[in-house]
Design a protein around this ligand. Structure first.
Ligand code: GMT
Length: 382
């Protein structure tokens, strides 16, 4: 199939999922056209079957606000026309589903042109739970989702939330996120051991958190949990990523006088290396439709301590692959971590379970679900 993929190319899990999906589909013989405003970050090397089309934005003094949604729709039309796309896939509904709708209608209206296109949209999280609910977006969002030829959501939680919050009575296919289990696996080579020695010279336990440091990630809770844990055992904390809450987090670490035990790593590509030296992954979010970073950690055999929100319980199995506690219950999360790390046998079992659970979300298992879904949409009667 020839598939056009649009996503946010630079930040966040939805762009990662869209890019990894495109790469996996290209490996399976599909022709993939990324239509985005910048090269997707995980698309750094040349790959057969992958094409990239940049959405150009012309500035005109009258346009105080960039007209990105329109430029994107026009690019979708152009790529569909000249490359004969079979389907458009818009990741993160705002504004991508709206642009895809516009592109489809433009192509449909051209009577001289037999070209028609169908589009699907994948809902990822804050497009539904946060931004889409703002009055300035809500009616357009609801309309664009309703008019899509197919809609998928990355968890059952998000599918249900969409139906209830937007009062949409449309079937939403749940296709969870996936991980490349051959890439995301624990390394224990000399380089990793050397890195571990550097991070935890006295064999301290290593906690890790990876996010974009927005308020809803509750990174301050991660630090508070770690602070409580350190009252019981020696540990180090790796904070990976960057974002608006980072300065406050650095301030909190200074106030708690634990600076020598906490490393702010900033944005990192070497996730497998970082996860391979880690013992516990923490994701105490306020809202999380899936939790891709937790899945990548689990694939590296790292048990997860998470909050109970959104799609997290669909991934992290309480008392099996890690532990789940209520949002903000720092003491409980700390207690769970200490209990697990104090019981070697239990820890090894949880680590194995985490990896096994991640295998349920392997690329090989999930990507065919998208292929099947595309087939259904393309072949559905008018
Ligand atoms: O809202 C964000 O955190 C960003 C968003 C994104 O588009 O990158 O993340 C969402 O999509 C990810 C990929 O499907 C999910 O793993 C995250 O759970 C989800 N984030 C939230 O729901 C907060």
């Amino acid at each position: 199939m020839k598939i056009g993929i649009t996503c946010y190319p630079t930040y966040g899990g939805s762009g990662v999922v869209a890019t990894e999906l495109g790469k996996a589909l290209a490996k399976r013989g599909h022709e993939i056209h990324f239509i985005t405003y910048a090269m997707p970050t995980r698309l750094s090397t040349f790959m057969d079957n992958i094409f990239y089309h940049e959405v150009e934005m012309n500035n005109y003094p009258l346009f105080e606000f960039p007209l990105y949604s329109i430029a994107l729709a026009s690019k979708m039309v152009e790529v569909t026309r000249f490359h004969g796309l079979d389907i458009l896939h818009a990741h993160y509904a705002i504004p991508h589903a709206t642009s895809a709708f516009l592109a489809r209608e433009i192509l449909k209206s051209e009577t001289h042109n037999s070209m028609s296109i169908r589009f699907v949209t994948t809902l990822h999280g804050t497009d539904i739970t946060l931004t889409g609910l703002e009055p300035s977006f809500l009616p357009t969002m609801k309309f664009s989702i309703e008019k899509a030829d197919g809609v998928t959501a990355v968890s059952k939680f998000l599918a249900d939330k969409t139906n209830t919050q937007y009062k949409i009575e449309k079937h939403i296919e749940v296709i969870p996120n996936f991980v490349d289990i051959d890439k995301f696996k624990r390394e224990n080579d000399e380089k990793t051991q050397c890195f571990k020695k550097n991070i935890a010279p006295n064999d301290e336990k290593v906690f890790i958190h990876i996010s974009n440091f927005r308020a809803l990630k509750r990174v301050q809770d991660v630090i508070k949990i770690f602070y409580e844990v350190r009252k019981k055992l020696e540990a180090k904390l790796l904070l990976v990523g960057d974002g608006p809450d980072r300065s406050d987090c650095e301030q909190l670490v200074r106030e708690l006088e634990i600076s020598e035990h906490v490393r702010f790593m900033g944005k990192q590509d070497a996730l497998v290396e970082l996860l391979s030296v880690s013992d516990i992954f923490m994701i105490p979010s306020q809202s999380e439709s899936f939790g891709l970073s937790a899945l990548e950690a689990m694939s590296c055999g790292v048990p997860v301590i998470s909050s109970s929100v959104g799609g997290l319980p669909e991934l992290n199995l309480h008392n099996e692959t890690g532990y789940i506690a209520e949002i903000g219950d720092v003491d409980r999360m700390a207690k769970y971590a200490v209990d697990l790390l104090s019981d070697k046998k239990k820890y090894e079992l949880f680590s194995k379970n985490a990896r096994k659970r991640a295998e349920d979300f392997s690329e090989d298992k999930i990507v065919p679900k998208y292929e099947k879904f595309y087939e259904q949409i393309v072949n559905a009667p008018e």
